[in-house]
Design a protein around this ligand. Structure first.
Ligand code: PGA
Length: 251
């Protein structure tokens, strides 16, 4: 493990090892505080980590019954029954396979009539629960965290965002056609994320090496939303070697 001021960096040899390391850190949080408020992420990257959590659950070594989950984001509009909704993803990849209490799950409602009201409701619910204890993040090729896309100013609270062309293209791999990718999403804001007591960002693959370098060593700018994490007091990056290739010589 490397430490740079407040940032910890773990470099794993493979995607599988990254997933195991990340699951271990996640479970350490739950063993320290079994009723932790956990912020969860979707996308290709966390799938291996979720598999590892399910494996540990099946081995009988962990319990998720007290944990509360808040999802980072959800497409808008989208039906929960759509197998590309993040509601569906989280159940399919994690919640249906562990003993989480389904009353303890919050995901932005992609079916809400009024998305702005839904953003306010969601933000309020996080505040009522006392904020996020541990936030899991992936990172987009453009540096987005949640669906906070590069822009002129950091977003603050949970907000309704227009997805950028690069994100729509990147996520098209999960849909039958690019046209089916929703053009909007509801996402926790940068301030919502930064209020989390601990943050763990996981990242794998050579195509993310450049954005990882900009995130950790570049200027803090809303044009690279993840760069704001340089200012967080307790953030851990768990990377595979390919994603770390451009930063290893600086560590
Ligand atoms: P990915 O997405 O894990 O599918 O690469 C990450 C993200 O866009 O945040």
């Amino acid at each position: 493990m490397y430490t740079l001021n407040n940032i910890k960096i773990i470099i794993a040899d493979s995607y599988e090892q990254m997933s195991i390391d990340a699951a271990e850190i996640f479970l350490r949080q739950l063993s320290d505080k079994n009723d932790s408020i956990m912020g969860l992420a979707t996308g290709g990257t966390p799938v291996g980590m979720y598999k590892e959590l399910i494996k540990k659950y099946n081995e009988g070594t962990v319990c998720f019954s007290k944990m509360h989950a808040f999802n980072l984001d959800e497409y808008y509009p989208i039906k929960k029954t759509n197998d590309q909704s993040y509601d569906y993803f989280m159940k399919d990849n994690l919640f249906n396979h562990i003993n989480i209490n389904f009353d303890n799950i919050d995901i932005p409602n992609g079916e809400a009539d009024d998305p702005e009201k839904e953003c306010d409701r969601y933000e309020q619910k996080i505040i009522e629960k006392g904020g996020i204890d541990f936030q899991l993040l992936g990172i987009g090729l453009n540096g987005h965290i949640g669906f906070n896309e590069p822009t002129e100013a950091f977003s603050s609270k949970t907000n309704c965002v227009n997805l950028q062309e690069s994100t729509i293209k990147a996520n098209a791999r999960f849909f039958e056609t690019e046209e089916q990718v929703p053009r909007k999403a509801i996402s926790m804001g940068i301030k919502t994320i930064m209020m989390a007591k601990k943050i763990m960002l996981i990242c794998s693959g050579a195509n993310k090496a450049d954005i990882i370098k900009k995130t950790i060593f570049g200027p803090i700018t809303p044009m690279v939303p993840a760069s704001v994490l340089q200012m967080h007091r307790d953030v851990t990056f768990v990377l595979d070697r390919e994603a770390a290739v451009d930063i290893e010589s600086f560590l």
